[in-house]
Design a protein. Structure first.
Length: 641
């Protein structure tokens, strides 16, 4: 019997088959495990990634609320603008894109890079704004080059519009892009890189009301990031509008009255504390700060000796000069040191120890009682009174009127001024108070510093017989439909404990300043309304040039405070003209124009009818045809201080 013949695998072949089978099984197991992981464990993450590749969120910036005057006239609104945004996920070569955008937009590459860096930490499919407020020409140029700019989108964002140009620029403030530091602040947790926020004025202090709630669109894109359709959309919510206490017409008069002079003017309703005009001259163009401020314009602002970027009404601290004599006189009467008939002789100077303190009128005022001392602003009268009072008593009365501390008007960085005392000087300079320094304080010089807002409040308190109202700039907050959300009624914040008889004497003297012969404030006189006020001039530095003239920056400041009508006051005004020299000739006319504008608006004074010049044969005026406003007051019987 023959044996069966066949192929029997040897031992090595069997082992190879086993290893190959084991390897195949391992690979299958790994693939199955990965499939299970992707489909079960990591489902949500992969779904998100898939959706992010297909779906994009495009934020829609919310328009800010408008800023209105007390009568609803628009001071600040919105206008569309274009911004350049980048989707980091769609950018293949970051450096090349930054270089291309800088070339096309004519921007510094570092500026674009810095804005890109501000958005780091956000999702890579979230758009980052790298250029704001571009022109229409720039937008069209980018669109033409769109194919070479992967990841670039052009967004429409509302920016601020200022229909009145520079008017009230310091009060309204301006916007700027939110900074990296601000983005790290809890207050700005809902803001994104490239968003705008208030940087000064009302825009900054009332940001929480003005800033709306952003919306957005979820869009579907193809593999190349091109728009296909809108999947979902959330509308943005417009910010609330802020209605100010400011009267637009009075604000215009205040700023126009300064011309090219530097200074500030504040007008207040004495019965409510509402600020009717808040001017700081010269102003600036707030629209320029929204985008890239041109270098030449920035240089112009910085080199202007009138300091157009400074809010003089809020932060300007000036010696009040002779307007402070109101406080010194009140202190003297209340302390029983003077009355209506107390008199001194003014030869034009006062000797104190080895020093000689001069009166502004070198000829002297002769025999001077309280009414004449206020009317003609006799320095010698108040030198002697201040010597008897002492600096601490003068300071105590000044503080009763709110001087020496911020008024809380509702804007950031308000200055509080300085009301010196013996203790203050010891802490500030480490030296004792000298009696001669008190004489300067008595006429509002030396260490005394006040702001225009404080002076307006001070004279309003005199008009009110001691009632102190909180000066405020916002009347109410309203929604998009004009419905009031929050009201700001008048707030009485204090009362200066002064006898009515004292206020009566002071008011009589202030009325004489404006309305009697030799009064220093005659340029603020109104024939239809009784005005009471006080002039002032505060020294800067006495320095003359080679021709014996005082350069502009060393000339005295000119001041004037007033209220009207005398019997039943309604409005208080404070004006300072930087380096204007004489309160009576520089500041009083501006106050007079403000008072006239107020009473014209009330119908108490009739508005002048512009004169129509005769037309020539062709129907044109032979002259300029520009109407000239009547003077606020006659120049007769007017001295200046």
């Amino acid at each position: 019997m023959k044996a069966h013949s066949g192929i029997i695998p040897d031992g090595d072949g069997s082992r190879r088959i086993i290893w190959i089978s084991f390897g195949a099984f391992a690979m299958f197991f790994l693939l199955l495990s990965r499939l299970w992981y992707l489909q079960v464990v990591d489902t949500e993450n992969l779904l998100d990634q898939s959706e992010n590749n297909r779906l994009r969120f495009v934020p829609v910036a919310a328009p800010r609320g408008a800023i209105l005057d007390r009568n609803g006239k628009v001071l600040v609104s919105n206008t569309p603008s274009f911004s350049v945004a980048v989707i980091p996920k769609d950018v293949k070569d970051r450096e090349q894109l930054v270089s291309s955008l800088a070339r096309l937009l004519k921007l510094d590459p570092k500026e674009i890079q810095d804005k890109w860096n501000k958005g780091q930490g956000r999702a890579k499919y979230y758009p980052l704004v790298v250029a704001s407020n571009i022109s229409r020409d720039q937008m069209e140029f980018l669109e033409e080059n769109r194919l070479s700019l992967s990841g670039v989108n052009i967004e429409m964002k509302p920016v601020r519009a200022y229909p009145n140009g520079e008017l009230a620029s310091h009060l309204l403030g301006y916007l700027g892009e939110v900074s990296e530091e601000e983005l790290g602040n809890e207050r700005y947790k809902d803001y994104n890189a490239g968003d705008y926020t208030g940087k000064s004025g009302i825009e900054k202090s009332w940001e929480n009301f003005l800033h709306g709630t952003d919306g957005g669109r979820q869009i579907e894109v193809d593999a190349r990031g091109r728009f296909l359709r809108t999947v979902e959309e959330t509308a943005s919510t417009v910010g609330n509008s802020v209605m100010l206490t400011i009267d637009l017409d009075m604000q215009k008069v205040a700023e126009q009255a300064f011309g090219d002079k530097a200074g500030a003017a504040v007008a207040m309703d004495v019965n409510t504390g509402e600020v009717l005009a808040f001017a700081s001259n010269p102003g600036f163009d707030p629209a320029l700060f929204t985008g890239r401020l041109p270098a030449d314009k920035w240089k112009e602002y910085l080199e202007d000796k009138r300091h157009p970027l400074e809010n003089k009404a809020l932060k300007g601290m000036y010696p009040p000069g002779s307007t402070f004599k109101i406080i010194t006189a009140i202190a003297g009467i209340e302390e029983g040191l003077i009355d209506a008939h107390s008199s001194v002789d003014c030869p034009g100077y006062y000797k104190f120890g080895n020093a000689t303190f001069k009166c502004w009128d070198k000829k002297g005022h002769g025999h001077v009682e309280l009414r004449k001392a206020l009317r003609e602003s006799c320095d010698v009268y108040f030198y002697k009174l201040a010597e008897r009072l002492g600096v601490n008593r003068i300071a105590a009365y000044a503080k009763k009127f709110g001087l020496g501390a911020p008024m809380g008007i509702g804007l950031d960085n308000e200055k509080g001024g300085v009301i010196p005392t013996e203790e203050w000087k010891k802490k500030r300079f480490g030296t004792k108070w000298f009696s001669g320094e008190t004489l300067s304080v008595g006429i509002g010089q030396g260490y005394v510093l006040t702001t225009p807002v404080q002076l307006a409040s001070m004279i309003a308190t005199v008009a009110n017989d001691g009632v102190i109202y909180q000066p405020h700039l916002v009347k109410r907050i309203v929604d998009l439909d004009g419905k009031p959300i929050k009201e700001f009624p008048p707030q009485q914040v204090g009362r200066a404990a002064i006898k009515p008889s004292t206020f009566k004497l002071i008011k009589e003297g202030l009325f004489a300043v404006v309305n009697e012969p030799h009064g220093t404030g005659g340029m603020a006189r109104l024939s239809e309304v009784k005005v009471a006020g006080k002039t002032g001039s505060s020294q800067v530095v006495k320095m003359r040039d080679s021709k014996g003239e005082v350069p502009y920056q060393f000339r005295d400041h000119a001041l004037f405070v007033a209220f009207a009508p005398l019997e039943k006051p309604e409005i208080a005004v404070a004006v300072i003209v930087e380096h204007g020299e004489h309160g009576g000739s520089a500041a009083a006319p501006i106050a007079g124009r403000l008072l006239r504008a107020y009473f014209e608006g009330k119908g108490v004074i009739k508005k002048p009818v512009p004169k129509q010049e005769p037309k020539d044969e062709k129907g044109g005026a032979p002259g300029s045809g520009t109407p000239t406003a009547p003077a606020a007051a006659p120049a007769a019987d007017t001295d200046t201080e």
